[in-house]
Design a protein around this ligand. Structure first.
Ligand SMILES: Cc1ncc(COP(=O)(O)O)c(C=O)c1O
Length: 374
């Protein structure tokens, strides 16, 4: 029989403030506190100069304490998240305005959605008749109202109805239903966030948002509520905060950053790294770390070693190992910091963020929504 185990005597509990980071068990997900705060402030200051407000995307870090600091930095109206499970964590932690920027579909989820709408101002992205009918039925029987943002496909080719008439048709249907309230449009330019050339990237984002803007005008001309336009990303933030085609910026990665995003938006610092340990020196010039694909999201490239651009990682597919070529003369036990290419999938792998400043732990924040993909 498996019994409830008290692990406090095993040394696996969270490190105390003041602990030097070299004393941490690795891999450990680190967050440079001052760098992260500067990222939050920079985005909030940019939003404050215009009319667009921030609705930071929780999927980046899934950590309620970091979300709280994003709102506290200012110019924010609430949080965005990707999944119902993430919304449950946020609302349980007291966040009172949450957008689920994805389609919530299926009978098993409708009751959960209605429960959340009874506790907070909740909106979801919608793009299909069956989905809005199910939301309306669940919300009506629970006596609550769920907000709806019609997702408009501005070129990404993922979810969403086409701009113009198809969006108008869905808007008409929503306004005829009980328990569901049309609160605007969602338009996310995911197809252009990784365009390397800045002007090209921003122009593509602009084109995407303009389609939502024209669609909103069409809705208003037909006597329907226009509501907000929600979209944008950390890589195209200038368009969202600088122009009237976006009212709420769903920026996520700017908080933690990763090396791939840093190539696109160097104005934000890489605050999140992973502390790893050299566990083997099998051949000259080769070092092996205690970190593999179960410790670093790598969808946009292999990890990189902080301060060592000369090190090559030829292969990153082991679950728990990374092989470094061209490694310096490090002994087994040496610790290094790693940058991942994708912060959002990396945070989903860890239970806590170890916040540090000048080499010492200052805080430990649970990543409460890690794995909450349902
Ligand atoms: C719906 C939606 N909104 C916004 C974002 C932007 O997030 P980020 O700032 O991390 O690019 C994403 C990223 O995948 C997204 O899927």
């Amino acid at each position: 029989m498996v019994s409830q185990t008290d692990t406090s005597s095993l040394g696996t509990e969270a490190p105390a403030p003041g602990t030097p980071i070299e004393d941490l068990a690795t891999p450990a997900l680190l967050l440079n506190g001052p760098a992260c705060r500067r990222n939050l402030q920079k985005m909030a200051d940019a939003a404050r100069r215009g009319t667009c407000r921030l609705r930071p995307h929780f999927k980046n870090h899934k950590c309620p304490e970091l979300a709280r600091q994003q709102l506290e930095a200012g110019a924010a109206v609430g949080m965005t998240c990707a999944k119902l499970g993430e919304a449950e964590v946020l609302i349980e932690r007291g966040f009172d305005d949450v957008l689920i920027a994805n389609q919530v579909v299926g009978a098993a989820k409708m009751k959960r959605l209605a429960v959340l709408a009874g506790r907070a101002h909740v909106s979801v992205a919608v793009d299909a008749d069956e989905q809005i009918d199910a939301i309306s039925a669940a919300a009506t029987s629970a006596g609550v109202t769920v907000g709806a943002l019609i997702e408009v496909d501005g070129g990404m080719g993922r979810c969403g109805v086409q701009p113009g008439e198809p969006a108008l048709k869905l808007a008409r249907r929503i306004t005829g239903l009980d328990g569901i309230e049309l609160r605007g449009l969602q338009c996310f330019e995911g197809h252009c966030v990784y365009v390397d050339d800045l002007e090209e990237r921003l122009n593509a984002a602009r084109k995407c948002h303009e389609q939502a803007h024209r669609t909103r005008r069409l809705l208003v001309e037909h006597g329907l509520p226009g509501g907000v336009i929600s979209g944008g990303s950390s890589a195209t933030w200038q368009v969202a905060v600088g122009e009237e085609t976006c009212d709420e910026l769903q920026c996520g990665t700017y908080a933690t950053m990763d090396w791939r995003y840093h190539e696109l938006v160097p104005e934000f610092e890489i605050a999140m790294t992973i502390l790893a340990t050299v566990i083997s020196r099998p051949r000259p010039g080769v070092a092996v770390l205690d970190l593999g694909i179960k410790g670093a999201g790598s969808e946009f490239g292999v990890p990189r070693v902080v301060g060592h651009p000369e090190i090559e990682i030829p292969f990153f597919l082991s679950e728990e190992h990374t092989t470094l070529n061209n490694a310096p003369d490090w002994k087994v036990g040496t610790q290094v910091q790693i940058m991942s290419s994708h912060a959002c999938t990396t945070c989903n792998l860890y239970r806590r963020l170890v916040v540090h400043d000048q080499g010492r732990v200052t805080d430990v924040w649970p990543i409460e929504a890690a794995g909450r993909v349902e």
